[in-house]
Design a protein around this ligand. Structure first.
Ligand code: NCD
Length: 300
């Protein structure tokens, strides 16, 4: 049985409590995997990983599966809609069930905040957070940092604007907490009802936000809204959207990012998604080597 300290070192619950050194070593290892040309490097071929998604996902789930399979791991996939969670089986019971069957690590996405921390105290295999409510999405944060570091060489002194639905965003939180450890300057821009005053970053106007080295747009998270938060998509686009007009005025060196899925023509115009300055699909490519580094750390 793994000791609690070892288990804690191998799990990845969030970036807030991870040291700068630990983040750096994951990013360095991700760079190593990104440089490897072979698709399959089966260093994890005797390890079993369960991807347990109690909340919908396309990108993150496939990205983890791709990373695990590139490393040769045996992968079990679980989506809540196709399981007995629908019948009221608790998240704990499900994870415990898979643990009893012998999985070596679990990747988990779930809605309620706090449940993952609780699970981590009761489960004896490493757990990787694939997004827990509006708390953290550490592998997205890591792939965002990886993308910025590759583009600018360093995170120190980088100005990063995170624009949109901050209050419902786990991506904003993981990015903020990680970027601040590296001396980047994070600013927020959001409508008053989508702000998170408890987070330690200043709010600026849209004009000001667009002057940064990185402009990160967030999806308006309708599924996490109480009714009536977004009055009209057109109005939101006009005030907070990265429209074609606004994108044309960005400095040539500014990098456009978005964790996706994108609400096209709401927070970002259709034509901007794949424009030259956009790193949106690069982020998705970078997600695979970053998750390879995270899975290797959990299992080797
Ligand atoms: C994000 C998520 O699920 O938190 N997407 C992702 O994982 N790439 C952001 C979002 O859903 O808008």
């Amino acid at each position: 049985m793994m000791t609690m300290t070892k288990l804690k070192e191998r799990s990845l619950l969030g970036l807030k409590d991870l040291s700068r050194g630990e983040i750096e070593s994951i990013l360095d290892r991700a760079a190593y995997w990104a440089a490897r040309e072979e698709k399959l490097i089966p260093v994890l071929n005797s390890r079993f990983v369960a991807n347990m998604f109690f909340e919908n996902s396309t990108r993150t789930r496939f990205s983890f599966e791709m990373a695990e399979k590139r490393l040769g791991a045996q992968v079990l996939n679980f989506a809540a809609a196709a399981s007995s969670v629908e019948k009221g089986e608790s998240i704990y019971d499900t994870v415990k069930t898979l643990e009893s069957m012998g999985i070596d690590a679990g990747v988990i996405r779930l809605k309620p905040v706090g449940v993952l921390q609780e699970l981590a105290g009761k489960i004896s295999v490493p757990l990787i957070n694939a997004g827990d409510g509006n708390n953290e999405h550490p592998t997205q944060g890591l792939l965002d940092l990886f993308t910025m570091k590759r583009r600018f060489g360093t995170l120190q002194g980088l100005t990063v604007s995170i624009i949109g639905d901050i209050s419902h965003s786990r991506v904003a939180r993981s990015d903020l907490w990680a970027l601040q450890k590296f001396g980047a300057e994070v600013k927020f821009c959001a409508p008053p009802n989508m702000q998170a005053p408890e987070l330690d970053a200043p709010y600026v106007s849209m004009d000001e936000a667009l002057k940064s080295d990185v402009v990160m747009m967030l999806r308006v998270q309708l599924e996490r809204h109480e009714t009536g938060m977004l009055k009209s998509a057109e109005e939101y686009r006009a005030q907070y959207g990265l429209t074609e007009e606004r994108a044309a005025k960005l400095s040539r060196h500014t990098l456009i990012m978005h964790p996706a899925p994108v609400n096209r023509n709401v927070e970002i115009d259709d034509s901007v998604v794949e424009c030259e300055q956009s790193a949106i699909f690069t982020q998705m490519s970078n997600g695979v080597p970053v998750r390879m580094a995270v899975m290797e750390r959990a299992l080797l």
